[in-house]
Ligand binder design. Structure first.
Ligand code: ASP
Length: 346
């Protein structure tokens, strides 16, 4: 028979074990998380970009780029609506990027810039900050929404990156919407390619090489996501691939730091591993997102000659829109009421 002392000790051990079990059951964890969330509502936020570079006021037209603002606003509101309804940041960034892919003003999906052979070759990538899952596609020519394909690669294949014909085959097997390559081609992009081929202008000049689109978001669960989609650069050849589909360069997301989508001269962004570099400064050095973004975009990239910019959001819902070019099509909206679209610095 156990003595009084021993039985008290056994009871204490049993109680401690029960308490430990309670604490570690998924239901208890969920209740805990819900209680924390209820006590402190999380900030929802989404940011988007539609490319960075030299944007001449002349090319924006007499209305000062109203159509660009409207296009950005539409994507922003659709993405934000997903977050507001309790949807995931992955769904929010996918929604925003899909809309921009269909907008012929931007260099992604319909309206993508044209390669040397006059065709559109599309690149896209997406990343989930919750589990570091990622998907990317390059050189796609018939998939209406390359961002959907990147997401299928992430969620429905054992791989991270698929290219060209194989990516098309995978799209076919997964039943994604296909269109003829001509569907992506607009008269403006044809003229831009002709001008570049004549040597009348540089590939990344004016509105010709820019217009890549991207989105970053944080949802009610505090999960981050980033997505980027592009036609790359006018007159690209030899299967050239930029930073947009490269995880770490054009796109990166990690709940421990931040989510980033980049736009600019891809070769520089690849060499500087821009998106991951910013997240690494936040995670390892504890820098604010603003400081980290400025260090990389306005510091390192400028020293190395890389023009462009990024949009980013951190785990607290802080949004940063940083660029070293004269302009960047961009916008953001969050649950504290902030909401804007812009093209130039001010
Ligand atoms: N980063 C894209 C690329 O190099 C182009 C751009 O963002 O303007 O393909």
């Amino acid at each position: 028979m156990a003595s009084g002392r021993t039985s008290r000790w056994l009871a204490a051990v049993a109680a401690a074990a029960a308490a430990a079990m309670t604490l570690t059951t998924p239901a208890a964890q969920a209740a805990d998380a819900a209680a924390t969330a209820a006590a402190k509502p999380r900030r929802l936020a989404i940011a988007i970009h539609g490319g960075a570079g030299v944007i001449s006021r002349e090319q924006l037209g007499p209305d000062g780029g109203a159509v660009y603002h409207a296009g950005l606003q539409e994507a922003l509101d659709a993405g934000y609506a997903v977050l507001e309804k309790g949807g995931s940041s992955l769904d929010a960034v996918t929604t925003a990027v899909r809309i921009l892919e269909d907008n012929p003003l931007f260099n992604a999906g319909r309206g993508a810039v044209l390669a040397h052979d006059g065709r559109a070759y599309l690149d896209a990538s997406i990343m989930s900050g919750k589990d570091l899952a990622a998907g990317a596609v390059t050189g796609v020519t018939t998939v209406r929404h390359p961002i959907d394909l990147a997401r299928r690669v992430m969620e429905d294949s054992p791989h991270v990156m698929l290219s060209g014909e194989g990516a098309e085959e995978f799209a076919g097997e997964r039943g994604l919407e296909r269109v003829p390559n001509e569907w992506f081609i607009t008269p403006t992009r044809k003229q831009q390619l002709e001008r570049v081929l004549r040597g009348a202008t540089a590939p990344r000049n004016e509105l010709q090489g820019l217009g890549t689109v991207g989105a970053v978001a944080i949802d009610a669960q505090g999960h981050l996501a980033a997505a980027t989609s592009t036609g790359g650069m006018t007159n690209k050849r030899w299967g050239r691939i930029g930073d947009a589909p490269i995880i770490g360069a054009g796109t990166y997301a990690n709940d421990a730091s931040c989510a980033v989508s980049a736009t600019g001269h891809g070769e520089y962004f690849i060499r500087s591993v821009v998106a991951h570099d910013i997240c690494a400064l936040v995670e390892y050095k504890g820098w604010s997102l603003q400081r980290a973004a400025a260090e990389v975009v306005k510091g390192k990239l400028v020293q190395r000659g890389g023009e462009g910019g990024i949009i980013a959001v951190d785990a607290k819902g802080e949004v940063v829109l940083e660029f070293n070019s004269p302009g960047m099509f961009r916008g953001m909206r969050d649950s504290s009421g902030r909401r804007m679209t812009a093209i130039y610095e001010r």
